[in-house]
Write a protein that binds this ligand. Structure first.
Ligand code: AP5
Length: 218
C-alpha cells in the first residue's frame, strides 16, 4: 500500500495515519513529525526549518524533497508507506513522481480528508500532543484520562507553537494557495479519493478503510 493522506492542517491526517499504520503495518511518514524532531534535536535541518514552521509557512521544497528522497529509501518503506504532509506543493508532487519512477514504484491512492476551515480552527486550538511519543489528543474531542499526561507513556502534553489561532489561519491560507492545487493534480491522474473528514474519527476511519479494501481487492 502506497498512499498519500492529503488535507488541510487539522483534517485528522496524523490521527488517522496512526491507526492505519497499526492495522496495515505500513510506514507512516509525517514530514511535520520529522521536522519537529529535528527542531527538538537542534540539527542543521531543524534550524533551517524552525522559522518557517513557527510562522505557519512551508519549508522550502528543496529541503523537503532532499529529506524525503532519503526517507523513502529506508527499509521500512518496502512494505508500503503512508505519506502524511507530503507532498504539499506541485513541485514536491512532481519530485515524488520522479523519485518513485526511479524506484519502479507507483502510488495506489491519494486520500483527501475534506473538512471546513472553521472545524479546523476548533480542532487545532484544542490539540495537545505528547512530548515523548507524539500521541495526539484534543481537550474536548479526545481528552487524556491522565489530565496533562499521556495515557500511553505518561509523557507531558503540550500545545504546538503553530497551533495559535493567528498561525492556524496563516497555515490555512498556505494550504488553499499552495497545497489545494494538488487535488486536481491527482484527480487528473485518477488517484484521488475524497473522504468527509468533518465527522467523528471512527466514521472517517471507516470511510478510509472502505477505500483501502477496495484497492486491496483490485
Ligand atoms: P504538519 O505537522 O504536517 O502539520 P499540518 O499538515 O498542518 O497538519 P496537522 O499536524 O496540524 O494536522 P493533522 O491533519 O495531522 O490533524 P490531527 O490528526 O493532529 O506540518 C507542520 C509544519 O511543518 C508546516 O506548517 C510546515 O511549516 C512544515 N512542513 C511539513 N511538511 C511540509 C512539506 N511537505 N513541505 C513544506 N513544509 C512542510 O488532528 C488535529 C486535532 O483534531 C487533534 O487534536 C485531534 O485529536 C482532533 N481530531 C482529529 N480528527 C478528529 C475528528 N474526526 N473529530 C474531532 N476531532 C478530531
Amino acid at each position: 500500500m502506497r498512499v498519500i493522506l492529503l488535507g488541510p492542517p487539522g483534517a485528522g491526517k496524523g490521527t488517522q495515519a496512526a491507526e492505519i499504520k497499526t492495522k496495515y503495518k505500513v510506514a507512516h511518514i509525517s514530514t511535520g513529525d520529522i521536522l519537529r524532531q529535528n527542531v527538538k534535536e537542534k540539527t542543521k535541518l531543524g534550524c533551517q526549518a524552525q522559522e518557517f514552521m513557527n510562522g505557519g509557512k512551508l519549508v522550502p521544497d528543496e529541503i523537503i524533497v532532499g529529506m524525503m528522497g532519503e526517507r523513502l529509501k529506508e527499509k521500512d518503506c518496502e512494505k508500503g508507506f503512508l505519506l502524511d504532509g507530503f507532498p504539499r506543493t506541485v513541485p514536491q508532487a512532481e519530485a515524488l513522481d520522479q523519485l518513485l519512477a526511479t524506484m519502479n514504484l507507483s502510488l495506489d491512492a491519494v486520500i483527501l480528508l475534506d473538512v471546513d476551515d472553521e472545524v479546523v480552527v476548533k480542532r487545532l486550538c484544542g490539540r495537545r500532543m505528547c512530548r515523548q511519543c507524539g500521541e495526539i489528543y484534543h481537550v474536548t474531542f479526545k481528552p487524556s484520562s491522565q489530565g496533562m499526561r499521556c495515557e500511553k507513556c505518561g509523557g507531558e502534553l503540550f500545545q504546538r507553537d503553530d497551533d495559535k489561532e493567528t498561525v492556524i489561519r496563516s497555515r490555512l491560507k498556505v494550504y488553499h494557495d499552495q497545497t489545494a492545487p494538488l487535488i486536481s493534480y491527482y484527480d487528473e491522474k485518477g488517484l484521488l479519493r475524497k473522504v468527509n473528514a468533518g465527522t467523528s474519527s471512527s466514521s472517517v476511519m471507516a470511510e478510509i478503510e472502505a477505500l483501502v479494501q477496495e484497492k486491496v481487492a483490485e
